[in-house]
Ligand binder design. Structure first.
Ligand code: ADP
Ligand code: MG
Length: 174
């Protein structure tokens, strides 16, 4: 049993892969195989305005308009994931941002296997614990990170949970 407390991160399955159920299935199975816990999940659509808000750090970049159009073009799903070192480990599974390079340089990553273009690159992952907290609040305003650490974190860390196929989330065994 690990004594190190689990970290939370935010994952998004972007519209390019939500249109491809077999890819979603594969990504989920990679996450489970790498011992991530699905804490909360929701399916939603983003308006242009909300997508702009989510990506405000990229204001002024040449790809922002393309990115916002893409992210508001179809359904997506957002997931709170937990694991030891979740932020870094989820980004490692995803692979680097730029698909056209990643296809060659990190071919076994999610973006390397399934990415279509530098914009349509399958998934999002928070880039630090601080952005994870902000991004979790953006998609899951009803979720309290403090409460989760107080009440639930140790159960996940000790493995007292099971994966529920119906909801696609891990549930506490109590
Ligand atoms: P990441 O998603 O890996 O954290 P960034 O935060 O830098 O990458 O960019 C956000 C998203 O904007 C990327 O995932 C991708 O969809 C898009 N994007 C980033 N850089 C480019 C680029 N050079 N050309 C096209 N789209 C890009
Ligand atoms: Mg980023």
């Amino acid at each position: 049993m690990s004594l190190k407390r689990l970290q939370l991160t935010l994952a998004i399955f972007k519209p390019d892969i939500t249109a491809q159920p077999h890819i979603i299935k594969e990504v989920r199975s990679m996450l489970l195989q790498h011992k991530f816990y699905f804490i909360r999940s929701k399916e939603l659509r983003l308006s242009r305005q909300r997508a702009e808000e989510f990506y405000q750090e990229h204001k002024g970049k040449f790809f922002l308009n393309r990115l916002v159009s893409f992210m508001s073009s179809g359904p997506l799903s957002a997931h709170i994931l937990a694991r030891d070192n979740a932020v870094q480990e989820w980004r490692r599974l995803m692979g680097p941002t730029k698909v056209l390079r990643t296809i060659h340089e990190d071919a076994d990553s999610i973006r390397g296997m399934y990415g279509l273009t530098d914009t349509r690159n399958c998934t999002h992952g928070s880039d630090s614990p601080e952005s994870a907290a902000k991004e979790i609040a953006f998609f899951f305003p009803e979720f309290s990170i403090d409460h989760w650490y107080r009440e639930d974190e140790s159960c996940y860390r000790e493995g007292k949970v099971f994966y529920d196929n119906d909801t696609g989330m891990h549930m506490l065994q109590r």
